[in-house]
Ligand binder design. Structure first.
Ligand code: PIN
Length: 502
């Protein structure tokens, strides 16, 4: 998962881009990068780690220019090293930088075509470099000495024809402007907005609307599935639908867990969707257990708190924040091995005994993926003296791999893989377990945007809307995602970094 931002301003944009990346930090904490453009010159800073660690004052001082793009990255399959931090750059035509949120399914085939037909070399295993070169090649085919809006739109049309998968993109064409586009299914989010200054309008494109809110931009619209937005360096803005048959199909997991609650994605408030998830889940519990003996609802923080509160109201039981999550403990993915992950859960969460002792507790989480964190938290609840422990998940069981840019484990590492709900409950150690039904979840996210007819819910139902997801592809993904593969890639990338230092 990644976060993107691109901006055309009236003055230097590096501080706005920095703030935007900080607001998108939840979408990726593995690496961050920024490219700015002043006249015909590009300035770049990229590195591994949090935004605040990658950009120091001396870097900020050098990032000149009134337009730029920036990116935060999560380690999606196959891209853990700093060499693959984004934005990526290709010099021809014009000098183009590109940052991408999502994942291409046919990057192997595109890589081959780029080499054989387009005579372009790809130097990393990142699908972003592939996407950048496809866009660059197509722009080179149509543009003259300057990229006109129609040239940019034709290039995006060709990208849609060639690329299969999920891609929300911001690109910068040196000296000319920034481009934002979204795949024909609009799987990953992208919005754009405007801020009026005394010197004229400024424009921004970003993964989530929270960036626009905080930086004082007015939301114009979501970039529609298949649509492209071209903002020229002089502040002129152009938009065009570039896909033959776009179909709104945004990722439902954004609403479950990925996005910030204060963002509005495709016209639907993430916060409101989560409130509804809590209400629907309470209704299901009341249907299944009309005489339930729940004393207290306790969310597993942070995401699930939004759903747990209306849930408690509807169940007519107390809501208590009996689990405290430390803000300062390192991320679990620095320690991807199973044992290390277990230790880190205990460091991250602590239980307030008085909320558990002698009580029948309903824990609430946004989703259950591996079940390992959940299992330990259930054990903590028991150690804190809970009489019975129940668990409700605001999302259905995760059973299928994500191929659209969310870093998830291999299928056999999902707790739900090949297991019934009873077996999962037993593994996790709860007295009963309730999952949200998929139809209810879809209902919660439907909101008021009539353009959305369906969601990408492939992690729950295995329906991959883009096509191209076959057995061979899934086994390639599984090979890249299991714990051992991730550990090996970390070692490899450390070696590369060391080599670079030497
Ligand atoms: C919660 C994020 N949420 C918690 C992510 C745990 C699955 N896990 C998915 C639950 S928050 S497990 O954003 O940190 O608040 O099933 O893999 O054990």
């Amino acid at each position: 998962m990644c976060g993107l931002v691109g901006m055309v301003g009236r003055n230097n944009v590096q501080y706005d881009l920095y703030d935007a990346l900080s607001l998108l930090q939840h979408r990726g904490q593995d690496a961050a990068g920024m490219v700015t453009c002043e006249g015909d010159t590009l300035y770049q800073r990229k590195g591994n780690g949090f935004v605040r660690d990658v950009f120091r004052q001396e870097h900020m001082n050098r990032l000149h220019g009134n337009m730029g793009i920036a990116h935060v990255r999560y380690p999606t399959a196959g891209s853990d090293s700093v060499a693959e931090a984004q934005p990526m750059y290709v010099n021809s035509p014009f000098g183009i930088c590109l940052a991408h949120n999502g994942n291409l399914i046919n990057d192997d085939k595109l890589n081959e075509d780029l080499f054989r037909a387009d005579r372009r070399h790809i130097n990393t295993s990142s699908d972003t470099e592939v996407l950048l070169n496809v866009f660059a090649h197509e722009l080179q085919n149509v543009a003259g000495l300057r990229p006109l809006p129609d040239d940019v739109f034709k290039a995006v049309e060709r990208v849609h024809e060639r690329a299969v998968g999920a891609y929300s993109v911001v690109a910068l064409i040196t000296g000319y402007g920034i481009v934002g586009f979204r795949d024909p299914f609009g799987i990953r989010p992208l919005v754009y907005g405007k801020r009026v200054t005394n010197n004229g309008p400024e424009y921004i494109i970003a993964s989530e609307s929270v960036v626009l809110d905080v930086l004082g931009f007015e939301l114009i619209d979501d970039v529609a599935p298949g649509e492209a937005i071209y903002i020229q360096a002089n502040g002129r803005i152009h938009r065009k639908q570039c896909a033959a048959s776009p179909l709104y199909s945004p990722c439902i997991f954004e609403y479950v867990y990925l996005a910030r609650p204060d963002s509005i994605i495709d016209g639907v408030s993430v916060y409101k969707a989560r409130l509804k998830m809590g209400e629907k889940l309470a209704d299901k519990i009341l249907r299944l257990y009309p005489d339930h003996d729940i004393d207290v609802v306790i969310p597993i923080p942070d995401t699930s708190c939004t759903a747990a509160l209306p849930m408690a109201h509807r169940l007519d039981v107390k809501y208590r924040e009996g689990l405290v999550k430390s803000r300062y403990v390192g991320r679990t993915f620095i320690m991807p091995g199973q044992q290390e992950r277990q230790k880190s859960v205990r460091r991250k969460f602590n239980a307030i005994d008085l909320e558990f002792r002698g009580k029948n507790v309903l824990l609430v989480d946004d989703s259950i993926v591996r079940g390992t964190t959940t299992r330990q938290i259930v054990q903590m609840a028991r150690n804190a003296g809970a009489r019975k422990v129940y668990l409700a998940s605001a999302a259905p069981p995760v059973r299928f791999p994500n191929v659209y840019g969310i870093d998830m484990p291999a299928t056999h590492e999902f707790v739900a893989d090949g297991c019934s709900e009873e077996q999962i409950a037993e593994y996790i150690g709860v007295d009963w377990l309730v999952y949200q039904d998929l139809a209810d979840l879809v209902d919660c996210a439907m909101g008021i945007n009539e353009k959305i007819k369906r969601f990408d819910a492939s992690v729950f139902d295995g329906d991959y809307i883009t096509g191209g997801v076959n057995e061979a592809y899934l086994s390639r993904v599984a090979g890249l995602r299991n714990d051992e593969a991730k550990r090996q890639r970390r070692v490899d990338s450390e070696v590369i970094e060391l080599h670079n230092q030497i």
